[in-house]
Design a protein around this ligand. Structure first.
Ligand code: UT7
Length: 325
């Protein structure tokens, strides 16, 4: 049987035009620029315009990723889109993106794992490629978290932003060793007992409303550092690699202090960690592909490099993905 690896053949991202600075947040809630920067590293966030939907952001990111890969929409066999802020309860945002891209073949669906969504989407897409069921897959993380924020709750509304990022995965050859180019492994976890630490207080089946994001930040922080360090270690051990082999870590961008504490635990140099939280804030499922695109643009990732993606979010869900670039 032929074996395949998923190679990242293109990537692209999109951020809404409107930027809201911490200073502007001071006019909305009882907060300060200093508090937000000191506790989170965030300086600004992008906010979608009225009528600008998650699928609009996703389509723009997807078009850029397709163009980067040198492919057209009808070359794509599958779209896997991670979001917790879909345009509609159904159908999936992925099918809206499919239509907007003019893609008339293949399949499209959403995955929901909150801030770990992009890792879950990537792992799902990778399995389709490895199984020989798809040659090119568009994997998208897209969010309009501004729509589920309680803009009177200073403990949450300062933390999040809107955006989208996408990658194209294309099937390449595999020898089954860690010398292959492409996704070497992904590792997913969840523990539903922690629902009440990070959730939205509404939903179709419970309240017939959308609800607002609620978080016990301190507790989430504590779990995040432990789970993220352990899931990166799991990926390295699985592939017979160590922290020294890592060229770049692309973490979910929730809080600079979480990123710092996690890499300290892993003994990875801060120079090898992508940090975009100051510009984008926490864009949930979009944060990893947004950061990845920045690292690619800045030429901070070279062919053959070991790149580790990691995320943790509501559920709890967490996961990692190890790629030889
Ligand atoms: O992406 C999914 C995963 N999510 C995360 O990873 C988020 C994890 N958690 C965090 O990032 C941090 O816990 C926060 C940034 C949310 C909060 O930072 P913290 O250092 O844990 O602060 P805290 O919640 O302990 O609050 C400290 C103080 C409190 O006042 P008192 O009780 O000490 O008087 C808060 O009321 O800061 C106050 N506070 C604020 N002050 C100014 C909370 N939010 C704000 C605010 N501006 N926006």
């Amino acid at each position: 049987m032929t074996a395949f690896r998923s190679i990242v053949s293109g990537c692209g991202s999109y951020l809404p035009e409107k930027i809201v600075t911490n200073k502007q947040m001071e006019d909305i809630v009882d907060t300060t620029d200093e508090w937000i920067i000191e506790r989170t590293g965030i300086k600004q966030r992008h906010i979608a315009a009225d009528g600008e939907l998650t699928s609009d952001l996703a389509v723009k990111a997807a078009q850029r990723a397709l163009s980067d890969a040198g492919l057209s929409a009808n070359d794509i066999d599958l779209i896997v889109l991670a979001t917790s802020t879909p345009d509609q309860t159904f159908p999936s945002t992925a099918t809206r993106v499919q239509a907007a891209l003019g893609m008339t073949r293949g399949a499209a669906f959403d995955v929901q794992a909150v801030c770990s969504g992009f890792i879950y989407a990537l792992a799902t897409a990778d399995n389709f490629v490895r199984a020989g069921q798809a040659q090119h897959v568009l994997v998208i993380g897209a969010e309009t978290f501004s729509r589920i924020l309680d803009w009177k709750d200073r403990t949450t509304c300062v933390l999040f932003g809107d955006g989208a990022g996408a990658v194209v995965l294309s099937a390449g050859p595999s020898t089954g060793t860690n010398k292959d180019q492409g996704i070497l492994s992904s590792h997913l976890h969840s523990d539903g007992r922690y629902n009440e630490l990070l959730y939205v207080d509404g939903g179709v089946s419970s309240t017939q409303s959308t609800g607002f994001l609620r978080m016990k930040g301190k507790e989430v922080f504590r779990h995040a550092v432990v789970n993220l360090a352990s899931v990166v270690k799991e990926a390295l051990d699985f592939n017979g690699l160590t922290s020294d082999d890592v060229a770049m870590v692309i973490p979910h961008q929730a809080n600079k202090r979480i990123l710092d504490a996690t890499i300290r635990k892993l003994k990875i140099s801060p120079s090898k960690v992508a940090i975009t939280v100051e510009k984008h804030a926490n864009t949930s499922a979009a944060s990893i592909p947004l950061a990845l695109v920045e690292m690619v643009k800045e030429n901070r990732i070279a062919r053959g490099d070991i790149v580790v993606l990691e995320a943790m979010g509501g559920g709890f869900t967490w996961g990692s993905c190890l790629i030889r670039w």
